[in-house]
Write a protein that binds this ligand. Structure first.
Ligand code: LFR
Length: 493
């Protein structure tokens, strides 16, 4: 048959999944084969990823896909910026850190003093996030691990290396490191050298759609697969894959990839590296097929999931998500709004005083806003504040890029949060088209399918197929709430 069947590994900070994807001339079908929880692990004062555990779950999931039908390829995407280091024997040097670890506190400011924010932006085009790989590596300068490192692999590339033995850096994810030159589309080796980093650890770049390699004999035996099974490079940054899966038919669309983070922006042909874009702190990450993801990282549903985690820890009854969202839908709107991108919301809480709800309460107090006292009130505050941030950043993106989007596509798990989707429509004044929630896995499947011969010539063809095979939910903007006034409250605090 001319259908292609692949395994899409899509790793998120709170859960990972392996999906079986089947692509035919007019069909696109996704089925979950395996899902597992993920999260940072605290050890010896640091926050790590359990990367061997993730590798084990990837194998289990792909094995399940292989057991249930023919398997033509494997593709892996995950969150960005985090990496593992290999020694000269090809072994992993220590556990990869989570980007929410505090070792990068204060590092960015020091680096910017040395390099200059203007030059940094002109080269990398990135939003200043404290955890960009460059800052993680500067924080690691002088450590035994970095000194012994021969090769740096971003997480999806590390997992691909364990499957195939091949090293490389997939371009969309490389573009998030702060060590990639957005103009020349090569590693920014000069910049790396200037901040004292061993740039030779950066492996050759590879394109989404390129073959990573075929699985090692030992891996094929573990998977019960054929020995020549290809691993295909996809948009290995999950956001790049999610943007491929945006079911847009319009030319001028905005998107929100809504998960642990909300990535809010536009797809462009060329980066916007103006002084205005730098001051607005917008990112120009690399997309599939040479596109640019011009977007802003918004703290996202992390703030809510981390709150729910702390309420569960404190054994507060009835603070499960369905109850909270139902309550929030009936709660008074725009009662408390906060700057949801305050960097103090980045790390996980470690005590009652640093729990997420406690930090939200502190932000509200500082801003002179009514302090939300119940889990439902905190939930409403988070959702209103997210919608407010989407409004502000989508307007900024449109203005900076000279675009006028007519629709906002919301993809990812947050597409299932109907209250947030409605508030997003209300706040932006634009219709919201929500879904699919598995856009990243779909983008992963589509790029693999094309590499394996499916007739999907370009992003438009891939998006058209998603649109024809997935149902979307439409939210019309409602008037009646004073979002301008709410925005002014946050801005003046
Ligand atoms: C989303 C995401 C964002 C990136 C953040 C950290 O999952 O990949 O795009 O900024 O995680 O890696």
């Amino acid at each position: 048959s001319d259908a292609v069947r692949v395994a899409a590994v899509d790793l998120g900070a709170t859960s990972g999944r392996v999906m079986a994807g089947r692509v035919g001339p007019r069909s696109l079908h996704l089925e979950e084969a395996h899902r597992f929880p993920n999260g940072g692990v605290r050890a010896h004062g640091s926050l790590f990823w359990d990367v061997l555990g993730i590798h084990r779950e990837v194998l289990a999931g792909v094995k399940e896909v292989a057991r249930t039908g023919p398997l033509d390829g494997i593709g892996i995407d995950s969150w960005a910026v985090d990496y593992g280091l290999l020694d000269r024997d090809g072994h992993l040097l220590g556990n990869p850190y989570s980007h929410r670890d505090s070792r990068t506190d204060g590092v960015a400011a020091r680096v910017l003093q040395q390099v200059g924010a203007e030059e940094m932006y002109a080269t990398t085009g990135l939003q200043q996030l404290p955890f960009n790989t460059v800052y993680q590596l500067v924080a690691a300068r002088g450590t035994a691990a970095l000194e012994a490192a021969e090769t740096l692999l971003l997480l999806p590339d590390l997992l691909g290396y364990w499957l195939t033995g091949a090293v490389g850096a997939e371009r969309t994810n490389a573009s998030t490191t702060g060590l990639y030159d957005v103009r020349s589309r090569t590693w920014a080796t000069d910049l790396a050298a200037r901040v004292g980093l061993p740039w030779a650890v950066l492996p050759p770049l590879r394109e989404p759609g390129e073959l990573v390699g075929t699985v090692l004999p030992e891996v094929a035996a573990q998977l019960g697969s054929t020995p020549d099974l290809p691993v295909v490079a996809v948009g290995s940054h999950d956001t790049a894959s999610a943007v491929v899966g945006v079911p847009a038919t319009e030319d001028d669309f905005a998107y929100i990839s809504s998960g642990t983070w909300s990535l809010v922006g536009l797809e462009l042909e060329k980066p916007v590296l103006t002084e205005a874009a730098r001051l607005a702190d917008f990112t120009n990450e690399g997309g599939v097929d040479g596109t640019v993801r011009f977007l802003k990282n918004v703290m996202g549903l992390w703030v809510l999931s981390e709150s729910v985690r702390s309420w569960a820890d404190e054994r507060i009854a009835g603070a499960d998500l369905p109850f909270l969202l139902a309550g929030a839908a009936d709660a008074p709107p725009l009662r408390t709004v906060v700057d949801i991108n305050d960097p103090r919301l980045l790390p996980p809480g470690t005590s009652a005083a640093t729990s997420m709800p406690a930090r939200i309460a502190r932000l509200a107090e500082e801003a002179g806003e009514p302090v939300p006292r119940t889990p439902v009130a905190v939930t409403r505050c988070i959702l209103d504040s997210l919608a407010l941030a989407y409004r502000r950043h989508l307007r900024a993106a449109a203005e900076l890029a000279g675009r006028a989007p007519t629709v906002v596509h919301v993809v990812g798990g947050g597409a299932q949060n109907h209250l947030l989707c409605q508030l997003t429509a209300d706040a932006t004044g634009l219709p919201v088209l929500a879904g699919p929630s598995e856009a990243a896995a779909l983008g992963n499947v589509l790029v693999q399918a094309r590499a394996l011969g499916a007739a999907l010539p370009d992003l438009a063809a891939m998006r058209d197929l998603v649109r024809r095979t997935h149902e979307l939910h439409r939210f019309e903007p409602r008037s009646g709430l004073d979002w301008d006034a709410a925005e002014a409250r946050v801005a003046s605090s």
